[in-house]
Ligand binder design. Structure first.
Ligand SMILES: [Zn+2]
Ligand SMILES: [Zn+2]
Length: 301
């Protein structure tokens, strides 16, 4: 089975954020921030050359059968100069929205970990980011007096286009029906959001890092794998049946789902994630924590 996923476009993001801005004007700032970030990430995609090779289908399927995801993020070629440009553009967006961060972000951009004296050395910031070393980022945030959540957020958005570009090489290089895990079959990160597909009702998960899709059983927790339907449930809010929260009462985690069959337009799952922020609030109130990333309250792990 192939999924035939197409990368998102600016037009799609703008159409969807315009739609939800009308519906939830209180989220306008959030959508504008996301649009700026997405435009930056998308503008650099053509310049990124990740130097990863497409595996033969047979070899890819063997890894998939063994439960091994296909791409090691440490193996992606991340050009230091290009990375520095991407991350400074992201910082510029944050500074524009929140000028109080300007001083500390400027200091961060000239930090030795991003600009090693030896030009041939991979900047430690990039190396640790490709390995997702949470501890490194916690320590760095403290050293430069920057809120750790803000540093995680910037780092995650800066590496995302590099991993996304690499993921294009692997998408549809294998049989999705053979992948049984809830982490991304390509980069190994957690899902951010789920969708029930318009065409066949298949449950699709979207990766929080490389934005790739994969399929996953509908009646199975995306964290602990629990498939006992007595401890799995879902709820709506705002009488909106297209948007729900799937919860597991065994591990107390949740993931939000958009039922695309209930909507008469094409959706973008990241915009869906933002637009359903109220569901994160309700889920938290009921004692559940997110299965993956909550957009804009990013954790690195
Ligand atoms: Zn991924
Ligand atoms: Zn669970």
């Amino acid at each position: 089975m192939k999924l035939g996923q197409k990368p998102a476009t600016i037009a799609e993001i703008n159409r969807e954020t315009d739609f939800y801005k009308k519906q939830s004007p209180e989220l306008s700032d959030l959508f504008d921030l996301y649009r700026s970030l997405f435009a930056v990430e998308l503008s650099y995609l053509p310049k990124i050359k990740p130097k990863v090779k497409k595996p033969k289908e047979e070899k890819a399927n063997k890894s998939i059968d063994e439960g091994d995801h296909l791409l090691d993020t440490k193996s992606i070629y991340v050009k230091s100069d290009l990375f520095r440009v991407v991350i400074s553009d992201i910082c510029a967006i944050i500074e524009e929205k929140s000028p109080e961060f300007k001083k500390v972000l400027d200091a961060f951009l000239s930090h030795a970990d991003l600009n090693p004296k030896n030009k041939k050395e991979t900047p430690p910031f990039i190396e640790n980011l490709q390995a997702f070393k949470t501890e490194y980022f916690t320590k760095l945030a403290e050293a430069i007096s920057l809120n750790a959540e803000v540093l995680f957020f910037i780092a995650y958005h800066a590496i995302s286009p590099f991993v996304e570009k690499a993921s294009f090489v692997f998408r549809d290089s294998f049989d999705y029906s053979r992948w049984e895990r809830s982490i991304c079959p390509i980069c190994g990160r957690k899902p951010a959001m789920a969708m029930l597909s318009k065409e066949n009702g298949l449950r699709i998960l979207q990766c929080s890092l490389c934005r790739s899709w994969w399929s996953y059983p509908r009646l199975k927790c995306v964290v602990c794998g629990n498939d006992n339907d007595e401890t799995l449930e879902y709820f709506y809010a705002r009488e909106d049946e297209a948007h729900r929260v799937n919860v597991c009462n065994k591990c107390k985690k949740y993931i939000k789902t958009t039922d695309a069959r209930e909507l008469d337009r094409d959706i973008n799952l990241e915009v869906e994630d933002l637009a359903t922020f109220y569901l994160d609030v309700v889920a938290k109130e009921r004692g559940y924590t997110s299965a993956g990333r909550i957009t804009f309250a990013t954790r690195i792990e």
